[in-house]
Design a protein around this ligand. Structure first.
Ligand code: MG
Length: 236
């Protein structure tokens, strides 16, 4: 155990860095700058951001939303699978960005979230383009037909590795796997930040990252924005 942890940074450079990185993985001034720079969302998206902040729902940050929009457009995605719907925010961000007016299937096991997301999706006018499948994603993945252009992995952080093989099999060759929260509040990269009750999740996320970054058929890039995003391309 000690051996495997050695490669993870033990001491953030200074106290300020440590405080800032407890909750987020980039310097506050960089985050503030990017957030000021990006156009603010309006209407439903703004409303959902406020709801998420008030109710402690972990939705993607705006800089990650901007990244998803660009990726979905450049991939010319027609079919997207999302694992972890929450209140439907990222699904709606991606649906709006799809120039093909394609479809999104999104999986969520929390019943209250399913209800909230369904309401948001209906109010946003996306009910014909976003389908929520309630239940445990690990089970649902077994019976989904494949052929997705993009898969957004954003479910239970301790379960990415378990879902990976199925997710890859559902992805089209040339498709894109986007994994969210992979640096998990900095805990994944720095031993000092790991909270005790998060130890298992952190270890599993490290295994996941080791696996995808060394997978022959999944060239992968790690992007330290938001809570950490990994982009993996499924080779043809
Ligand atoms: Mg997330």
């Amino acid at each position: 155990m000690a051996e495997s942890s050695e490669k993870y940074n033990k001491s953030p450079q200074n106290k300020k860095a440590e405080e800032a990185s407890e909750e987020q993985i980039v310097h506050q001034h960089v985050k503030d700058y990017i957030e000021d720079l990006l156009p603010k969302h309006q209407g439903m998206f703004k409303e959902m951001e406020n709801y998420a902040a008030c109710h402690n729902v972990p939705v993607i940050q705006r800089e990650v939303a901007a990244l998803l929009k660009v990726l979905v457009k450049t991939a010319k995605a027609e079919k997207i699978l999302e694992i972890g719907t929450a209140i439907g925010y990222s699904a709606m961000i991606m649906a709006e960005a799809m120039e093909t007016r394609g479809k999104i299937v999104t999986l969520e096991r929390n019943e209250k979230m399913v209800e909230k997301a369904m309401d948001n999706i209906r109010r946003g006018g996306f009910e014909n383009r976003i389908q929520i499948i309630p239940g445990d994603a690990l089970k649902t993945l077994h019976f989904l037909p494949g052929g997705y252009d993009v898969i957004f992995m954003d479910g239970g952080k301790g379960h990415y590795q378990e879902m990976l093989d199925l997710a890859i099999s559902l992805l089209k060759p040339g498709g894109l796997l986007i994994s969210d929260n992979i640096l998990y509040k900095g805990m994944v990269s720095s031993e000092d930040l790991v909270k005790r009750r998060k130890r298992t999740i952190v270890n599993r996320m490290r295994e996941y990252l080791e696996y995808i970054t060394h997978h022959q058929d999944l060239p992968t890039s790690i992007i330290p924005i938001g809570d950490g995003v990994a982009l993996s391309y499924k080779k043809n």
